[in-house]
Ligand binder design. Structure first.
Ligand code: GLC
Length: 724
């Protein structure tokens, strides 16, 4: 390979725009392909157009190296599933995996080899708009959702025609951006990096993620895309990961704006030294890497390493054996929006719904409910249910809440009332009039799709527009009021929590949003979702996350005491991490341990807890296991999730949830920078939410030992026993 051909493999170019795919594949672009100057394209799709593009590369360039075709298939390709934070609210990794299997089936049929997903950035600040794309605030839950999606996208073999390469993103600590402002730097300690932000990436690596994408932001002043300590040392050398590392959009060029490179060739050298293999659309590698190599010939060895990693994934995808295997137009037509895909979308949407409040059994609505006043622009907004990464999702594929309710119930009046975009209160009066004539109000409020996602950070977590005015006016009617809270982030809605009779968090649920919500409102689905991120009482309470440190003066409800709290807010979030109600009730028995002492080296402990459905209808309970290390060499969080299982229980049924944990799941990132299992007590807490602990047990670790990998990245073994 000439140096130009080597560099060409490191170049990813736009084949179009996200809203105009394939629109930039004219003669000049194809000439680049023929000269071997391109390794990959994004913003392209379609079995036929990509067959032709691949043909040019394979049959009309000197080396005939196939191209990689990529897209952000983040929660579905044509069948659009709930946004990722919603899928995390299902606490059902199998659902997340199933979505990814379907997304891979559809996108590979459209000629794609590579998705830029899963997004696994942990976020503890819902002002950050991209919290919608991840799995919320917790490293353990985030790790389970990350590995599930990698396995779903990649299947058993990357060379299969219906699997695609995962592009786990955005490596580093993108979600720790200061103030929740997108792209802002993160100032976090090494322990937070190792214990909170990196575990989902480690879990993805353990699941075989074939590629990663770097984060835009700097951590402790070092831009991730130039961070050799993070990328080459931790990811590649310490973790032993040797896949393809892609920059984010123009992130190599942005090293100049970060102020760590004075020229494009310096930026090229920094990124290559950090082991970034491919430059997304900045053309810094294309135009300036050769000069960097001329200035420092040692870089050519790093170039060769990058080329080999890129050629290896092309081999693993089977592209050298059959570069046209992903271009079967018949398969493309057959799989898109297949009925079983749409059915899966509704089921996953139903499992993503969280019942936040249900006063006096307001929900499910009685079958003989009379007139329902459905209020709110979001109830009739199909675009929003597609979320901010809609790939090839189509508005006409979406069944809205309005369409589904009108189809399911004989007497529905609809009024938009107010929306999340305008300051016009003009629709409130008509909405109140509609409500006065109804037996129950169902109010859809929150944020439309464009209030969250990339570059959509907000300084306020209050409802945008005049929606709170609409809510207050409807609450004043005295009618039973059910709020369907939509959007891509936790919102500060204390007045809704206080005044509504029932509140469902439905996020943005994809093409089957309407049927999923209506089936829940009418009782066909018993909601079993749990919050993957805390809901704050106010914007000022952020960051508020369940696994905080105790401080020397742990927060106390008693204001006369000087403790770690705000004086003008209660010390708890509005709704806690792991919170979610059901239309039935559950009881927990005593937790029993397999042993009261385990060796640090190679030990394990089993904790068993019986859970009973004490209500009159079947339901799912997400049984959550938390740990605390009360005394250690560093201050430890008041609790940390270390296991969960979503269990379906019939009325009166009891089943035992058995958690088995190895001693390395209790390690901490020590002061000398390694995983260390320390001697001493470990407290276990099992319950229905982080603020609803129903059983406790403690055991002791004897001795010390080295840990293995980030504890949150290790999946706890779970068995469900009895109650068949
Ligand atoms: C965007 C996003 C990244 C996405 C990429 C390509 O800026 O940060 O998540 O994969 O560009 O669309």
């Amino acid at each position: 390979m000439t140096i130009e051909e080597k560099i060409g493999q490191l170049v990813q170019r736009m084949g179009g725009r996200s809203k105009a795919l394939n629109s930039r594949l004219g003669p000049d672009e194809l000439a680049k392909v023929r000269r071997g100057e391109v390794g990959s394209y994004l913003h392209v799709a379609g079995a036929e157009p990509l067959r032709e593009l691949q043909r040019v590369a394979v049959e009309e360039s000197r080396l005939g190296i196939p191209l990689l075709f990529a897209m952000d298939v983040v929660h579905g390709y044509r069948t659009i599933f709930p946004v990722p934070i919603a899928m995390a609210a299902s606490w059902d990794p199998a659902a997340a995996r199933e979505h990814a299997v379907i997304a891979a089936r559809e996108s590979s049929a459209a000629g794609l080899h590579w998705t830029f997903a899963p997004m696994v950035d942990i976020s503890r600040d819902p002002r950050w708009g991209r919290i919608v794309e991840g799995a919320g605030e917790d490293a353990y839950l985030g790790s389970r959702m990350a590995e599930a999606q990698v396995r779903g996208f990649q299947g058993e073999s990357l060379s299969a025609a219906d699997t695609i390469m995962a592009g786990t993103k955005h490596f580093g600590a993108y979600g720790a951006a200061e103030g929740g402002r997108d792209y802002a730097g993160a100032d976090i300690g090494e322990r937070a990096m190792q214990e909170v932000y990196l575990p989902p990436f480690r879990a993805a690596a353990e699941a075989g993620s074939a590629s990663y994408m770097t984060a835009f932001n700097a951590v402790d002043g070092v831009p991730t895309t130039a961070n050799a300590a993070l990328l080459r040392t931790i990811l590649r050398e310490e973790w032993g990961w040797n896949g393809v590392l892609l920059s984010d959009w123009r992130a190599v060029e942005e090293l100049l704006a970060h102020g760590v490179a004075a020229s494009r060739s310096e930026a090229a050298a920094l990124a290559l030294r950090a082991s970034v293999d491919m430059d997304m659309v900045a053309d810094v590698y294309a135009d300036d890497l050769e000069a960097a190599i001329a200035a420092d010939p040692a870089l050519e060895a790093l170039l060769d390493q990058a080329v080999l990693r890129i050629l290896a994934v092309k081999r693993d995808l089977g592209l050298f054996d059959d570069p046209y295997k992903y271009h079967d137009t018949a398969r493309e037509a057959a799989v898109m929006l297949a009925p079983e895909h749409r059915a899966a979308a509704q089921l996953i949407a139903e499992r993503s719904i969280v019942l936040l409040k249900n006063e006096a059994g307001t929900l499910p609505l009685a079958r003989d409910t009379g007139r329902i006043a459905l209020i709110g622009a979001l109830a009739d907004d199909p675009m929003s249910q597609l979320g901010s990464w809609r790939a090839r999702g189509q508005v006409e594929d979406v069944v809205t809440l309005r369409a589904a309710l009108e189809a399911a119930h004989p007497d529905v009046v609809y009024a938009p009332g107010a929306d999340s975009r305008s300051d016009d209160p003009g629709g409130i009066e008509a909405a109140v009039a509609a409500a006065r004539g109804a037996d129950v109000i169902v109010l859809a409020i929150g944020e439309d799709y464009d209030w969250s996602g990339e570059a959509r950070s907000r300084s306020s977590l209050e409802l945008p527009g005049r929606q709170m005015e609409l809510f207050e006016a409807l609450a004043a009617t005295g009618k039973p009021l059910v709020v369907v809270l939509m959007g891509g982030r936790p919102l500060a809605v204390p007045d809704i929590a206080g005044q509504a009779d029932a509140v469902l968090a439905t996020w943005l649920l994809g093409i089957e949003a309407g049927p999923a919500i209506v089936n829940t409102l009418l009782g066909g689905n018993n909601p079993g979702g749990k919050l993957p991120a805390s809901y704050p009482r106010s914007t000022g309470q952020v960051p508020v996350h369940y696994d905080h440190l105790p401080s020397g003066r742990p927060a106390d409800p008693d204001l006369s005491k000087d403790t770690a709290r705000y004086m003008d807010q209660p010390i708890t979030p509005l709704y806690a991490f792991g919170h979610g109600l059901s239309y039935t009730t559950f009881d927990y028995g005593e937790a029993t341990l397999s042993s009261s002492r385990i060796p640090a080296d190679g030990g394990s402990v089993t904790v068993t807890v019986p859970v009973t459905n004490t209500g009159t209808r079947a339901g799912d309970e997400v049984v959550q296991l938390y740990m605390r290390d009360p005394v250690a060499s560093v201050s430890r969080p008041v609790m940390q999730l270390r296991g969960f299982s979503r269990v379906t229980l019939q009325p009166g049924q009891t089943r035992e949830v058995v958690f088995t944990l190895s001693s390395d799941q209790f390690a901490l990132w020590s002061r000398d920078g390694s995983w260390l299992i320390e001697p001493g007590a470990i407290d276990l807490m099992i319950g229905s939410a982080s603020d609803a602990i129903r059983a406790r047990a403690s055991f002791e670790i004897v001795g010390s030992a080295k840990g293995s990998i980030a504890p949150a990245a290790i999946a706890t073994r779970i068995q469900i026993e009895g109650g068949e």
